[in-house]
Every structure is written in structure tokens, then in C-alpha cells.
Design a protein around this ligand. Structure first.
Ligand code: HQG
Length: 178
């Protein structure tokens, strides 16, 4: 498997469908590395521990992380499953960005940013990152999120281990087209 295919497969089983591989995630999203590798082997997707470590270390968005003794692995964000990553609320920068497809823009302006199938709304500190995220869905458009004001108004923000800003909902009043 190519590194990108390994990353996609890990995203699937560590964020959305562990049952597709017959693994289980603990309440904080961790799964046993040895079991993961065994199950992948059994599905014809065998990779070595060294390869897994390399994919985790070199992943473009640092999507996965190991625990301290590297016996457990989890996705750092992006889950649709209800896992508790134990992220502490953190004051966000004054503005953050959200990239989406143009066809969603009207609904977002009206209803706000919803987490849809994921656990959180995902926001970026940089416009360029938001553009890339938006382009995954179609012709991209970027919203500016008044995160500083939201925070002042009592809304919690979280920073994932791989530096994606997360929150539960962004009301239309805090959104501007960028
Ligand atoms: C949109 C990738 C209509 C929202 C990225 C988005 C990110 C609405 C889509 C991470 C809406 C959900 C997450 C509303 C939100 N009406 N559409 N009211 N509210 N939406 O994929 O943020 O490569 O679940 O704008 O880099 O695109 O997987 O979220 O377009 O960090 O690691 O509903 O996934 O990371 O799409 O992406 P997604 P996202 P990875």
C-alpha cells in the first residue's frame, strides 16, 4: 500500500468505522497498535510497525498520534464517532477561517456552521489551509469566523494535537465571507 492509501485506511478505521476492520476504540479513541497491525495483515493490508511509524511521522496533516510507549494509536481529530479526545478549551486567535464549497455558502449564512457528520466544526488559522479544505467539496469559498468574539461570548474552542481548531457550532452572526 502507498502511504496515502495507508493514511486513508487509518482515517476510516480510526475516525469512522473501526468495525470495518474488527477493531475497537477506547473512549478516548485509542486502539492497540499490535492488534491493528494483525487485523490489517489478515485483510491483505499488512504493513510493518516501522511503516506505520513512518506514516504517522510523515503524514502531511499529522492526522495520527501514538501514546507515550507507542502501544496505542488514535486519530488526532476528524472523528464521526463519539470519542472524547480530552481536549482542554483554549482561547482562539481573533479570527479563524472555514473553507467550504460555494454551493453550501447560502445555507451556512442562514443556519451557521454545523458539524454535520463529525464531532466538531473544523476551522483553520490560515486562509490557504481553509481554501484547500473547501476545495475537497467543490469550488471553494472561505468564511471568516469571528472566533475572538465568540470566545468572549462564552463559546468553547479546542485545538487538536495536529493544530486544527475545533468548536461545536458557529452561529451566522459570527460569519463573514472572506
Ligand atoms: C459544510 C479534513 C450546509 C461544511 C479537513 C463542510 C478538515 C454546511 C461540510 C476536516 C453547513 C462538512 C473537516 C450548513 C457546515 N449547511 N453545509 N449549515 N454547515 N457545512 O468533511 O470542515 O484530510 O465533515 O462547510 O482538512 O470540510 O480528513 O468537514 O463543507 O480538517 O484529515 O458541511 O477534514 O481533514 O464536511 O473537513 P466535512 P470539513 P482530513
Amino acid at each position: 500500500m502507498k502511504d496515502k492509501d495507508i493514511s486513508k485506511f487509518l482515517s476510516l478505521v480510526l475516525r469512522h468505522k473501526p468495525e470495518a476492520l474488527g477493531i475497537v476504540l477506547d473512549p478516548e479513541g485509542w486502539t492497540n497498535v499490535e492488534v491493528l497491525l494483525q487485523k490489517m495483515q489478515a485483510r491483505g493490508k499488512g504493513i510493518t510497525l516501522e511503516k506505520l511509524k513512518e506514516v504517522v511521522a510523515t503524514n502531511d496533516k499529522q492526522r495520527f498520534s501514538f501514546n507515550q510507549d507507542q502501544t496505542l494509536i488514535r486519530a488526532s481529530q476528524g472523528h464521526s464517532l463519539a470519542v472524547d479526545l480530552k481536549l482542554q478549551p483554549l482561547a482562539p486567535p481573533p479570527v479563524l477561517y472555514h473553507g467550504t464549497a460555494q454551493r453550501f455558502a447560502a445555507a451556512i449564512q442562514q443556519e451557521g456552521l454545523k458539524k454535520q457528520n463529525r464531532q466538531y466544526v473544523h476551522l483553520s488559522a490560515e486562509v490557504e489551509t481553509a481554501m484547500k479544505v473547501g476545495a475537497r467539496h467543490g469550488k471553494p469559498v472561505v468564511f471568516l469566523v469571528e472566533s475572538g468574539q465568540m470566545h468572549q461570548d462564552g463559546v468553547d474552542f479546542f485545538l487538536s494535537e495536529n493544530h486544527v481548531w475545533l468548536t461545536h457550532f458557529v452561529a451566522p452572526v459570527y460569519l463573514k465571507t472572506h
